[in-house]
Design a protein around this ligand. Sequence first.
Ligand code: SF4
Length: 133
Amino acid sequence: MTRYRLRDEPGVAVELLNLGLACCSLEVEAAVGSGALASEVGTERSPDSTVLLVSGTVTHALAPAVLRAWERAAEQGPVRVLAFGACATSGGPYWDAPSVVPGVDALIPVSRYVPGCPPGPDSLIAALRREVA
Ligand code: SF4
């Protein structure tokens, strides 16, 4: 779990647990690299929002780990879940593969879906901004 500030919303701290399961997670790194998401490592400040970001393909083999991550995050307080990209939303190009969960909402409640294969960093920032609004 890493705490970030949104560049355009400096007063808001987002605790972000990034489950980077496949290629979509590179877009998250791009958002950090661009400075749109700034890490707040070492600050004592409490987060304003906690977001579990599922970015990538959820396989049945990974499903227990995804569920555990959500349960652990939820133990600390309210947690919002972003399904980032087509795979996390619906299984994406692998929707009919027997090894793939056709959307992470089969496992945990999702508060926002971000379309795209992959969605760009701007889509991530826009979704986070809506979550913390
Ligand atoms: S939605 Fe596309 S880019 Fe994202 S993890 Fe799936 S295949 Fe990769």
